[in-house]
Design a binder for this molecule. Structure first.
Ligand SMILES: Nc1ncnc2c1ncn2[C@@H]1O[C@H](COP(=O)(O)OP(=O)(O)O)[C@@H](O)[C@H]1O
Ligand SMILES: [Mg+2]
Length: 370
């Protein structure tokens, strides 16, 4: 269990709320607008210093408060349960405060390292139908958590790309200077692609096994596009595009264009699958990442599943809950009526139930009739 206790102040309608005790499976139920998704946003804040719903801070912070705080006791590798807190302010002039085990921390990457979180929400479909950046982020989540060198290489690639693009945007380009940045960019791109390709190779079989548990979808394929032609060196691709790049003022190919391709019956999966099928494919992708994380690092992550029953029939709710339970990850699930998923868990499952009403959270004991 990664999170032992959660306290929230000033996140949307949660003026002051706490969830205690937490279990492996935590079910938050209540009417629309009660504050269930806001609890998931609070946990997300502890893993990235921002919400998964929006990058904007103002709507996240309670309208009558100036800042919001999420606080939890988190199981940190090698250190046991430690206090972790994040405070964000409405005023753009006030930087956020991150504290891990009593120490102030500058980078949100340290939060992500301690608390890997996977979100399955109404934005889920973006992983199939959204822009490539959503899929790159998904892929990079996995690479970040298993390959320590990934983050510095990724950051250097971003910096290098920015420099190269700014040179390309200049009217008179210094070709020698451009060549220096191109060389560095190509070197970093190879490294980044190497990390991503290696991770992807390991993810595919886990994804296929996971999907088979959720959905009989023969013929769904998952492919990786590295951001430039698979048979040509990036240096050659950039050289061939040199004139066009100068006209357009940005780098045409590279790891910033990487993507995952999900195809079903030779069409894009997003165009052909039903909403329920799409949700299950995305769940399989995200659950596969959790499996792989624990296989490769021995660590687990937290799953935030907003409105679990939505789009899913009984059979598929059961399949998804069984999978989440088996993962041995901590799971936070929201639903309007807990009866929709009460009988989806095994008898051994450790479950905490919380009723959310008008921003107030109460721990409940539910006695099922079965
Ligand atoms: N900045 C804010 N300040 C106060 N209340 C807010 C703010 N943002 C949203 N809300 C309210 O908080 C509630 C939280 O909604 P949400 O967590 O999405 O509910 P649920 O997931 O239970 O349907 C809603 O009733 C919404 O109107
Ligand atoms: Mg909600």
């Amino acid at each position: 269990m990664l999170i032992k206790r959660l306290e929230v102040t000033g996140i949307r309608n949660l003026r002051s709320a706490s969830l205690n005790p937490l279990s492996s499976i935590n079910v938050l139920y209540g009417e629309n607008g009660a504050g269930k998704t806001s609890v998931l946003e609070s946990i997300h804040l502890l893993s990235s210093a921002r919400s998964f719903r929006s990058h904007k801070l103002k709507p996240l912070i309670n309208s009558e408060m100036e800042s919001c705080v999420a606080f939890a006791e988190i199981d940190i590798p090698g250190a046991g349960y430690q206090p972790v807190g994040v405070e964000r302010f409405k005023s753009p002039a006030t930087p956020g405060i991150i504290k891990i085990a009593g120490q102030s921390v500058k980078s949100a990457a340290a939060l992500a390292e301690n608390l890997p979180v996977q979100v399955i929400s109404s934005d889920t479909f973006k992983l199939l139908e959204g822009s490539p950046s959503v899929r790159r982020q998904f892929l990079d989540w996995g690479v970040f958590h298993v390959e320590h060198q990934f983050h510095p290489v990724w950051k250097n690639t971003q910096r290098c790309l920015k420099q190269r693009n700014s040179l390309l945007r200049h009217g008179r380009i210094d070709d020698q200077q451009l060549a220096v940045w191109t060389d560095e960019f190509v070197g970093l791109a190879r490294q980044l692609d190497g990390f991503r390709a290696h991770y992807f190779q390991q993810l595919v079989p886990v994804f296929e096994q996971t999907l088979a548990r959720l959905l009989g979808l023969e013929g769904l394929s998952l492919g990786y596009y590295r951001g430039w032609d698979k048979d040509t060196d990036l240096a050659e691709v950039l050289a061939a595009n040199a004139i066009r790049e100068k006209e357009q003022g940005h780098t045409s190919s590279g790891p910033h264009r990487a993507d995952l391709k999900l195809r079903y019956q030779s069409a894009s999966a997003a165009d052909i699958l039903s909403r329920g099928q799409q949700k299950l494919v995305v769940c399989a992708l995200r659950v596969a990442q959790g499996y792989l994380l624990s296989q490769l690092t021995g660590r687990s992550c937290v799953y935030l599943v907003d409105d679990l029953p939505a789009e899913l029939d009984k059979k598929h709710r059961l399949a998804l809950c069984a999978l989440l339970e088996e993962l041995k990850c901590q799971v936070f699930v929201t639903c309007v009526d807990h009866k929709d998923i009460d009988d989806c868990w095994s008898e051994q499952a450790a479950i905490s139930m919380f009723h959310v009403e008008h921003g107030v959270i109460n721990a409940k004991t539910i006695t099922t009739s079965s």
